[in-house]
Write a protein that binds this ligand. Structure first.
Ligand SMILES: C[S@@+](CC[C@H](N)C(=O)[O-])C[C@H]1O[C@@H](n2cnc3c(N)ncnc32)[C@H](O)[C@@H]1O
Length: 248
């Protein structure tokens, strides 16, 4: 069964995360990125943030994802943008990173930890702690529960065809602090993923129109409505959460 993020990518969406560009920009600002900063992007998918890290900030990026098809698309996108030579692509799993200790200045991981079981999530965040240099920063972006409701979590899992494990703010803080991170900076706000306004902000006007027109095609209509209906109906109960944590 096709999962929500693969579905949106097929419709032409390039940012597959709840808080979109607004949350990503806030996170990147926190990291004081500059030319030569060594960044690991976990769950890079098609490489949208990867390209931004290279082109806007001059970072050297290692871009990792579990999905070989998404990674192939990332390679094509980065090559087309002329930034491919500053990126190393790695097919791999966040819970067992194939890198030595203290290799990176920054790790960024958007819209993936929500998809992991609590055990795997702790494994992944411990791996981020291990591969970060002392003083390095972890940037994450996920789904936030504004109320601790199993029924809401089940509804979200059904809406996106994927079992997910979102947390409250307290829960997210415990994940990062439990793995050794401190000095957490947290921002949250409305889930903009499926709103027209959010889509225009993230994808541009024509990009947003393309996604909506594709979403109206007969073969896509039910899933598109289910996702946008769910996020619309629960906008008071779900937010995005962006967290910048430090390895002191
Ligand atoms: C919702 S998409 C987010 C993609 C991208 N970060 C963004 O924000 O647009 C989730 C991504 O996580 C990847 N992923 C899921 N589990 C993973 C794991 N254990 N290790 C690495 N990548 C994983 C999926 O292949 C997918 O590309």
């Amino acid at each position: 069964m096709e999962v929500g993020h693969a579905f949106l990518a097929r419709l032409g969406k390039r940012r597959l995360r709840p808080g979109g560009r607004e949350a990503t920009d806030w996170l990147l600002e926190k990291a004081c990125l500059r030319s030569g900063t060594e960044v690991l992007e976990v769950a890079c998918n098609m490489g949208t943030t990867t390209a931004e890290l290279v082109k806007q900030y001059g970072c050297r990026v290692t871009a990792l994802d579990l999905d070989p098809e998404a990674l192939a698309k990332a390679r094509r996108n980065l090559a087309a943008s002329g930034a491919g030579d500053r990126v190393t692509f790695v097919e791999g799993d966040a819970t067992a990173l194939p890198f030595p200790d203290e290799r990176f200045d920054v790790v960024i991981n958007e819209a993936m930890l929500t998809m992991l079981t609590p055990e795997n999530r702790a494994r992944a965040v411990s791996e981020y702690f291990r591969v970060l240099k002392k003083g390095g920063m972890l940037l994450t972006h996920d789904v936030l529960l504004l109320e601790d409701s199993p029924e809401l979590v089940q509804g979200l899992s059904r809406a996106i065809n994927l079992r997910v494990y979102p947390l409250t703010e307290e829960g997210w803080r415990e994940v990062f602090e439990g793995c050794g991170f401190d000095r957490l900076q947290v921002r949250h706000g409305p889930v903009s993923l499926m709103t027209f306004r959010g889509m225009v902000y993230d994808e541009g006007l024509w990009g947003a129109i393309r996604v909506f027109l594709n979403g109206r095609k007969a073969e896509n209509r039910e899933f598109f409505r289910r996702m946008s209906g769910f996020f619309g109906a629960h906008r008071e109960r779900l937010n995005y959460i962006a967290v910048a944590s430090t390895k002191s």
